[in-house]
Design a protein around this ligand. Structure first.
Ligand code: T4K
Length: 388
């Protein structure tokens, strides 16, 4: 029997730059005596991100949830918005806080993004926008969604929380749709402790978003709209700015981890991996997901999740339950049977993936999963033989 890990292996672990480098950065904050409210480090960080995303239309926030909430408000989205139930709760919460009715439709089975065919069927006279999620960094069907949005005169706002660094046809995902939200939360591939960013096509939105995240202040004496406080501070900007320099290395390490998981788990009966992404997609390897199909694997996803915990491996079931099944959203009527989303939510398992996860530990995690599956199928075979 393979031994349990001595220290917990979590689904993720934030990358941190060398402490000395961060402390040197802190000196700048101490010298400036400027901690928040559009400080010099934030302004520099914003320019770095503008360069990285090749757009001036960038606005930073203290987290991704408020970024999305304010983005929807800034664009004046109301009525109904078509969205996915297979996402983190914050996607739907941001609609709720804007008094917008979410209309949940199904996802497609390979990459778990919104199914465009289902979107088109769900449009009503009250629909004002589509809110798809590039879930796990898998790009949505951006061209088909853009076509639907254009034909029906709807806004297209992407929750790109997981998609930092992902490119389609050599263009960052920030260039698709009317607006995209990226999360810089500590658990993300790329982070600024906490943080969020909006990118958008209409440069007229910039000042509105700046007002909304800063109480609506235009200057010391004028408040032009009822804004809130969603500003990123200098410490966050410092961390984000520093980690940008490490991004390529972070993605490369994750790619190596993903390859091991793929190689070791691809042929295991009852495990389904997402197919490889099309060649024109530069992926960020933000998450490592597998589906566990009980009949063939010999054990349910939930039992495997529990068994792995005994080995000190803390996987996650992102995203289970579906958002529409949370008590606070259960009263919303859902017309789509959500067949794919329901199946995926009950089979998905996120395996550990992070920068300093050792490659031999990835092999050990695979060995444990394989051992658990063969132990279970041996047990079932013995049971079957006993019956005969
Ligand atoms: N849209 C989507 C699609 C999202 O996925 C998210 C956030 C948002 C919107 C909203 O963006 P933000 O407002 O968060 O910027 C985590 C994150 O808190 C959340 O940001 C993320 N999605 C979601 C998918 O995952 P939890 O509740 O699973 O986090 P937690 O605290 O259980 O952390 C997961 C594991 O990470 C822990 O088991 C251990 C490890 N960990 C975590 C933290 C915070 C560390 O090792 N160190 C740490 O500092 O939600």
């Amino acid at each position: 029997m393979i031994k349990a890990f001595e220290k917990p292996i979590y689904v993720t672990r934030p990358f941190l730059p060398p402490l000395e480098e961060f402390c040197n950065g802190l000196k700048e904050i101490w010298d400036n005596h400027w901690l928040t409210n559009n400080g010099p480090i934030l302004q520099r960080f914003c320019r770095q991100l503008s360069n990285y995303f090749e757009t001036d239309n960038v606005c930073l926030f203290n987290n991704g949830t408020l970024a999305l909430q304010i983005g929807l408000e800034g664009m004046g989205i109301a009525g109904e918005v078509i969205t996915t139930p297979f996402t983190f709760v914050a996607t739907t919460h941001s609609l709720f806080w804007n008094k917008i009715r979410p209309v949940f439709v199904d996802i497609e089975p390979d990459y778990y993004t919104l199914d465009p065919e289902k979107v088109e069927a769900a449009i009503t006279p009250w629909t004002t926008a589509i809110l798809p999620v590039h879930v796990f960094g898998h790009p949505c069907n951006v061209n088909v969604l853009a076509d639907i949005a254009r034909r029906h005169n709807l806004k297209l706002i992407y929750d790109a929380a997981h998609a930092f660094g992902v490119r389609v046809g050599n263009r960052s995902l920030a260039h698709f749709g009317d607006m995209s939200m990226f999360s810089f939360h500590a658990t993300k591939l790329y982070h600024s402790l906490e943080g969020g960013m909006l990118t958008f096509q209409d440069s007229g939105l910039k000042s509105i978003l700046d007002y909304l995240k800063n109480f609506g202040f235009k200057n010391e004496v004028e408040v032009v709209m009822p804004g809130t406080n969603a500003k990123m501070n200098e410490m966050q900007a410092l961390m984000g700015s520093m980690i940008l320099g490490y991004l390529d290395g972070l993605i490369e390490k994750r790619r190596k981890i993903t390859e091991i998981y793929r190689e070791r788990l691809n042929d295991i009966s009852g495990i389904k991996l997402p197919p490889r992404l099309p060649a024109d997609v530069k992926y960020n390897h933000a998450y490592m997901t597998i589906e566990i199909h009980e009949k063939e694997f010999g054990m349910s996803r939930d039992i495997l999740y529990e068994e792995l915990r005994k080995y000190n491996i803390h996987t996650r079931r992102y995203f289970y339950p579906l958002i529409c099944d949370f008590p606070c959203y259960r009263s919303i009527s859902v017309k789509d049977p959500l067949t794919v989303a329901r199946l995926v939510a009950s089979t998905i398992l996120n395996l550990p993936i992070y920068y300093d996860l050792q490659l031999e530990d990835v092999h050990r995690i695979c060995n444990i999963i394989i051992e658990l599956s063969s132990k279970e199928s041996n047990r079932q075979n013995t049971k079957l033989k006993a019956k005969v």
